[in-house]
Design a protein around this ligand. Structure first.
Ligand SMILES: Cc1cc2nc3c(=O)[nH]c(=O)nc-3n(C[C@H](O)[C@H](O)[C@H](O)COP(=O)(O)OP(=O)(O)OC[C@H]3O[C@@H](n4cnc5c(N)ncnc54)[C@H](O)[C@@H]3O)c2cc1C
Length: 382
């Protein structure tokens, strides 16, 4: 196992200070390692996740070589030649487990943002104290965007949140964590080869959730009540003006509708599985409130906004992979983790084999199946 930094590198270096997992502690299981602490319904801090992964590396006796950055992987007649700072390794198979979130995605027009406005990505952002005083524009309303908008607003700054397609979820539903429902109802176990639109499922943004001790919901209604101003998707930048799309009403109704459909699925499962009596009664939530007036543009030279936080998603980085298995959008071509190059595999990508694939609790089943294929491949070659 080659790791360019230290064990749990992404959790040490690429997370902001207040971040906690979205997934409750009891759900953060790794093979043979279950949460046994005093707060199963709580949410780990980034430091605690680092501790969990370090512990797993120790108990599983993972043969990790740290400080070993892979700079190239090439095909050879026998398999692959892997180049690292410390030399070359020849191997028959390679498993790419370099992560799905190596780089923050920022739209190209960010280059034209006036220099007076500071720009940050979630990799550079640590806490509100780091930003200049004044207004902040947070772009993107998925898990990262809603969490940072709330934190920045709580620090006393005026915050505008630019909202694109998003996934709305309550934190707690019928008395249980919403991710408990995803787990128990089998939604998270839906397999990649059973989904109607796999490409879409793989592109789905992260849900609007935050892990707090209060298990509080953090949706757009909560943000509006906190005083965050909502605007549409940032579509273009012209003469120093950010231009936002209209149509918030439609976008909100779509997210509300999808949430209700998911809650219907949970309710049906509870009824058929005999869980109905045990759970609280079915709940429905107020629709997302559409602001009375929504700005369609914002002059970035006016001084109203002093900083922009790009919460516009993440992407993997395969700059080191010299095998033609990456598409024009920078995504790896694979079928359930089996890449289109003999002996090349992947783990930890969105909906790799099931909906839970990129979550900590998703690795065990995926890894078993992918390594099963890999073992078969080696046996056949022998
Ligand atoms: C902001 C954020 C919040 C998240 N919240 C949750 C959550 O609440 N619950 C949950 O279950 N999951 C969450 N995730 C997903 C989480 O990242 C994964 O569950 C888990 O970290 C994935 O592990 P991984 O090993 O696949 O990828 P990563 O954690 O990204 O690890 C990949 C490793 O590969 C190394 N690497 C990359 N390129 C190279 C190279 N060329 N050479 C050598 N090493 C290399 C990196 O240094 C890194 O250590 C979150 C992710 C993000 C970005």
């Amino acid at each position: 196992m080659l790791e360019r930094g230290e064990v749990a590198n992404s959790w040490r270096r690429e997370r902001w200070d207040s971040l906690r997992l979205l997934t409750p502690n009891w759900q953060c299981r790794l093979p043979g390692l279950r949460y046994e602490g005093p707060d199963p319904d709580g949410y780990m801090t980034a430091g605690e996740v680092t501790g969990l992964i370090e512990r797993f590396a120790t108990v599983s006796r993972a043969p990790v070589r740290t400080g070993a950055e892979v700079t190239s992987v090439r095909r050879t007649d026998e398999g692959y030649r892997v180049t690292t700072g410390g030399g070359e390794i020849r191997c028959r198979t390679v498993v790419i487990a370099s992560g799905a979130c190596n780089r923050p995605v920022v739209p190209p027009f960010s280059d034209a943002v006036p220099a007076s406005v500071e720009q940050l990505t979630p990799f550079g952002y640590r806490s509100p104290a780091q930003l200049p005083d004044g207004g902040v524009l947070v772009v993107g309303a998925s898990a990262t965007g809603v969490q940072l908008a709330a934190e920045l607003r709580q620090s006393g700054r005026p915050v505008i949140l630019s909202v694109g397609e998003h996934v709305r979820l309550p934190r707690v539903y019928r008395g249980r964590d919403v991710l408990w429902w995803m787990d128990a109802s089998g939604v998270w176990d839906q397999r990649y080869d059973e989904l109607e639109d796999l490409t879409r499922a793989r592109r789905l943004p992260s849900p609007q959730l935050v892990g707090t001790p209060e298990r509080a919901t953090l949706d757009l209604n909560v943000l509006t009540s906190m005083g965050v101003e909502l605007v549409g998707r940032w579509a273009a930048l012209r003469d120093g003006r950010a231009l936002f799309s209209g149509g918030l009403r439609n976008m909100f109704s779509l997210a509300d509708l999808k949430m209700e459909r998911l809650l219907d699925t949970f309710d049906e499962w509870a009824k058929t599985d005999g869980y109905d009596a045990e759970a609280g009664p079915p709940e429905r939530f107020a629709p997302t409130r559409v602001p009375e007036s929504v700005r369609l543009q914002l002059d970035l030279r006016s001084g109203e906004i002093r900083a922009i936080v790009w919460a516009t998603g993440f992407r993997p980085d395969y700059g080191w992979l010299d095998v033609p298995v990456v598409d024009a959008k920078g995504q790896l071509n694979h079928e359930g983790g089996v890449a289109d190059s003999p002996g090349l595999y992947a783990l930890g990508l969105p909906v790799l084999r099931r909906r839970r694939s990129t979550f900590i609790c998703g690795i065990e089943d995926d890894a078993r199946e992918v390594t099963g294929h890999l073992a078969g491949f080696l046996a056949a070659r022998r």
